[in-house]
Design a protein around this ligand. Structure first.
Ligand SMILES: [Ca+2]
Length: 201
């Protein structure tokens, strides 16, 4: 009996530490767009940032988020509006650690179609800790009406864990250990009963 319990304990230790929870928290505290064109000449834009957002991601997960709204109050794209103007979106994360960086973009109005366009560079790598990496890919806004606005979205992909904060042997998930443990205990009880049965036979 003691041997079986030791075996069960060993199995829980070995299997329980594999496939543990590697999810970490991402806190996007703020996201601001630096507009070089808020007045004429150029398509005068405004930016309304979404409130702070947070989620849990495991390596390989993607997080699709709306960062805010970009738009214009101009009613007509004139000649001054059709030239590309630089814009810059900057991100402030408080988790997985204090990271701040940004992505360049550009905007303009189109005279023939009479609409607004926003394009972004990227994808952009965001490093954290020793080896941690997530990537932000901005989604372009190919069209918004004049006057009008469009939601600015992005995809945040958690690419690689940080070995410092997420060591190779993670703490096992309580639920999975409990499940595995109870399954093994059941198997153990079966073995004990069989052994007893064999003795009494
Ligand atoms: Ca203008």
């Amino acid at each position: 009996m003691k041997k079986i319990l030791m075996l069960l304990f060993a199995m829980v230790m070995v299997f329980g530490t594999q496939g543990g929870a590697l999810a970490i928290t991402f806190n996007l505290d703020s996201c601001s767009v630096d507009l070089s064109d808020t007045q004429d000449p150029g398509l005068a834009l405004y930016w309304n940032a979404a409130p702070p957002q947070s989620t849990e991601l495991e390596v390989g997960d993607s997080w699709e988020i709306d960062l805010g709204i970009i738009g214009t109050n101009e009613t007509w794209a004139n000649w001054d509006d059709i030239f590309w103007k630089e814009i810059f979106i900057s991100f402030e994360f408080s988790a997985p650690e204090q990271v701040s960086d940004g992505i360049e973009g550009r905007s303009r109005g189109r005279w023939l179609v009479q609409d607004g366009v926003v394009e972004w560079g990227g994808p952009m790598d965001f490093h954290f800790g020793d080896t941690g990496l997530f990537v932000i890919t901005m989604m372009d806004t190919p069209h918004f009406p004049l006057p009008g606005s469009s939601t600015v979205g992005a995809i945040i992909e958690y690419v690689r864990a940080d070995t410092q904060t997420n060591p190779v042997s993670p703490v096992p998930e309580p639920a999975s250990v409990l499940l595995l443990g109870s399954g093994l205990m059941g198997a153990g009880a079966f073995l004990v009963r069989r052994k007893k049965g064999a003795l009494s036979a």
